[in-house]
Design a protein around this ligand. Structure first.
Ligand SMILES: Cc1cc2nc3c(=O)[nH]c(=O)nc-3n(C[C@H](O)[C@H](O)[C@H](O)COP(=O)(O)OP(=O)(O)OC[C@H]3O[C@@H](n4cnc5c(N)ncnc54)[C@H](O)[C@@H]3O)c2cc1C
Length: 390
């Protein structure tokens, strides 16, 4: 199956076409083929970040000085990596999501201190927004940062963080975390600020490591009187929600792109299985119900791809894509779940056997319908935007 055929779509420039083809070759040479059970998930993840850095791929996850983030490049890279290996996609995505706020709104000193190391694969990044009582409802956040006035009433030169974050990807292995905390300039989402917290800062600890159905490094974080310098703030006081949403606008579209990669892989595996499985004196592929299933899978893959690259292209034209990104994430993640489920069905018993590609895809896709805004949150975003802007 030709997984690169969509590269001739008008959304892309030649540099994007070259990038996706080159990465496809690199993945074939450097990543494990078939189902990957990354048992030593922390070590595998660190090794993948190093390899992606050495290959030059992580330069696309950050924006250099004066450069914009190339959304189409990020989406093509995530789609390709996900098609080959879910953990490689995760490793790439977290370097981008974890450092995205610094790329988008960091000071020159913050950019200099973190982005080169992120793009070389020397520093692992994390994005810490969610809390035990504040997931979909981000504004319900409790984690707080107050100005430390030990400086003698001059307003202090440090903030002190207290509270918890949970479900934090790369938690436990990241070298730094972009942490969102309530600073109280205004009620709700207008009273949140963003901070860079280095691993090892006194008062910051990993409270719990969390296991999930598709293993990834994940943790609950705890801050107890954790002092960070004022210079660790990204953006202005009270701008944290804006920092988070601007970051998510880029990476939400890329979650859709990763789903697309998983779905393409499942369609390919389903096609192979249908052609090869002998049944009723013919093959599974000869049965009309199989052809209908494959048709539905292909339509879902192509419609997801159109939404993903429409959103990415629009963002690269400088347009606001809140609705388009939400549409892409909703349709591509939900669609990939259906495509993968159909591929499992085509494999019969083999489909649920541990170690089969479709079995690992089945576990891999599930969380994408939940994180960076659950499907219901995307529906709300789309519905409200339609009512407001038509
Ligand atoms: C594998 C994984 C990795 C993650 N990585 C990160 C990370 O790196 N950084 C980070 O900050 N967070 C991360 N998260 C957290 C993720 O963003 C949250 O899980 C997500 O926002 C949902 O929050 P919640 O789990 O608290 O569920 P809740 O907010 O309790 O939502 C539960 C369910 O309610 C439904 N729902 C939500 N809103 C509505 C609505 N308006 N109307 C109707 N139904 C609704 C949805 O079905 C949702 O799944 C990760 C989560 C997972 C599973």
């Amino acid at each position: 199956m030709n997984h690169l055929k969509h590269l001739d779509w008008p959304f892309f420039e030649d540099k994007h076409r070259a990038l996706a083809s080159e990465l496809d070759g690199w993945c074939a040479r450097n990543l494990a083929h078939g189902a990957v059970d990354h048992e030593e998930v922390d070590a595998s993840c660190k090794a993948l970040v190093k390899a992606l850095g050495a290959g030059g791929w992580l330069t696309h996850a950050v924006a250099g000085e004066g450069q914009a983030i190339d959304t189409r490049a990020i989406c093509l890279l995530r789609e390709t990596l996900a098609r080959h290996d879910g953990l490689a996609d995760f490793a790439f995505a977290m370097q981008g999501l974890g450092s995205g706020a610094i790329s988008l709104m960091g000071t020159p000193a913050q950019r200099e201190a973190y982005l080169p190391r992120v793009s070389r694969g020397e520093a692992l990044a994390a994005f810490a927004l969610s809390e035990p009582e504040a997931g979909s409802d981000v504004a319900a956040m409790h984690c707080a940062a107050r100005l430390d006035d030990r400086g003698g009433g001059q307003g202090g030169d440090h903030y002190v963080l207290d509270g918890e974050k949970t479900w934090i990807s790369n938690g436990g292995i990241a070298d730094f975390y972009v942490v969102f905390a309530r600073t109280g300039e205004a009620p709700g989402s207008r009273g949140i600020s963003a901070f860079i917290v280095d691993a090892g800062t006194p008062g910051f600890e990993i409270a719990e490591r969390i296991d999930v159905i598709a293993p990834h490094p994940l943790a609950r974080l705890r801050f107890t009187g954790c002092r960070v310098p004022k210079t660790a703030m990204i953006g202005a006081p009270g701008e944290g929600f804006k920092v988070a949403m601007r970051t998510l606008d880029v990476f939400r579209t890329s979650v859709a792109a990763a789903s697309l990669g998983f779905a393409r892989r499942a369609l390919g595996e389903g096609l192979n299985q249908a052609r090869e499985r002998a049944m009723f004196g013919a093959t599974l592929a000869d049965l009309p119900l199989t052809q209908a299933k494959l048709a539905d899978m292909a339509c879902t893959v192509d419609s997801s791809a159109l939404l993903v690259y429409r959103a990415a292209w629009e963002r690269d034209q400088g347009r606001t894509i809140t609705r388009e990104a939400a549409m892409a994430k909703l349709m591509a993640t939900e669609g990939a779940q259906r495509v993968i489920d159909a591929a499992v069905q085509l494999h019969g018993g083999r489909g649920v056997r541990r170690g089969e590609i479709v079995e690992s895809l089945y576990r891999e896709i599930r969380a994408l319908r939940i994180y960076e805004g659950a499907s219901e949150v995307q529906q709300l975003i789309i519905g409200r935007d339609l009512l407001k802007n038509g």
